[in-house]
Unconditional design. Sequence first.
Length: 394
Amino acid sequence: MDTITVQKSSGLRTQSDAAVWGMELVVWFVVLCVLPCPRPLSSSEWLIRLVRSVTGLSEPYGRLVSALAFRSIGLFFLGGLISLSLSSVRLRIAAPIGMAVAALLAIAAMWFNYGYFPVPVQLQIGVASTMLGVLTGFALLRSRLAVGVLIGLSVLFFLWAASIGVSDELDSAARAIGAKILDQSDSIPNGDEGFVMMLHHALEEAELNSSEIDSVFANKAAILALGVILGEEKVAKVARREIDPSYRPRIDALRHRITLRGRHDLARHFWVSAALAVVSGEAKSIAVGKAKELMDAEPGGSGFSFIDMAANSAGIRFAVLATKNETQARNMRERVQQSDSSFDRCPSIDGLPEGMTSVQFQEQYGGIGGEEDRKLFEEIRKRLLSCKLLQGDG
């Protein structure tokens, strides 16, 4: 009689535990759907250093690998929770069910998170990570310590992913500036002149609304507004914000009209890099720019471009100088209003190579960090310092 009672009690506990894990599974699935997908920009610095020390990869590739690792870890935990939620089911039945559910939930989580159906490589990595989590979970079901570690790592991952973003105050200020600029979009001229005028308007609007806020904050808001309008909508997603869909037609129209050094793409590079420097810091923005060029150097891309890197560097330096401290923030605002030339904002691109494949870049410049690569970046740095708005201690 006592044995039967113990067995029934054990069975009830198992079912109760499975129900708790099932609720944890639902929560974690929602987390993976709504949190920003970890990208090179948002990777933790300690993980990047660890990846580079173990693999010997350059910083851009180290960031890419660390971002993929965190996304895989998140899906691995999803698989572990699937197996734990099936702990009351016989293994021969739970195993195939767990694997099928793992594939479906992995695809659904990525689809919701990315906003598009995952490409083949993403599918392979995501589904494999989740299924590995299922198998690991079944193997560790008897270990309370392993389960505790799994929960702890899940919490750490949640805290890491949730740390990216901007404050509500900064978001509201950037939105107000952006809305004001877009309302005036019909009066903004084409080309480089429009680039200059939009910066003037953004800083003026920021100043008008910064009577109770410091100049650094106001400049950050202006840069974020232009980063989304002239740069890329993904800047808002990195900051864990969304833009108003009604503004998209006017944003697209401005991007097709505004240039820097006579090129539309350089205006976008400048403002994306400047905004990322505000959101995540100078070092991360530099690394993301390099990673983007390395990806462009692969088959199907536009090729590695030192011209793009010059525009990236100009945007980053502008953002750093404009937001370093209160004195420099006010000084930058005054210098911008006194300058009517886009050449003060971006260095000459004459003679800088572009359109290189990854093989050409490696052979001719030694890749990222190679001797010839360093020489060209030093040349770009000197050109930056020749621009009036980019001079100073940044």
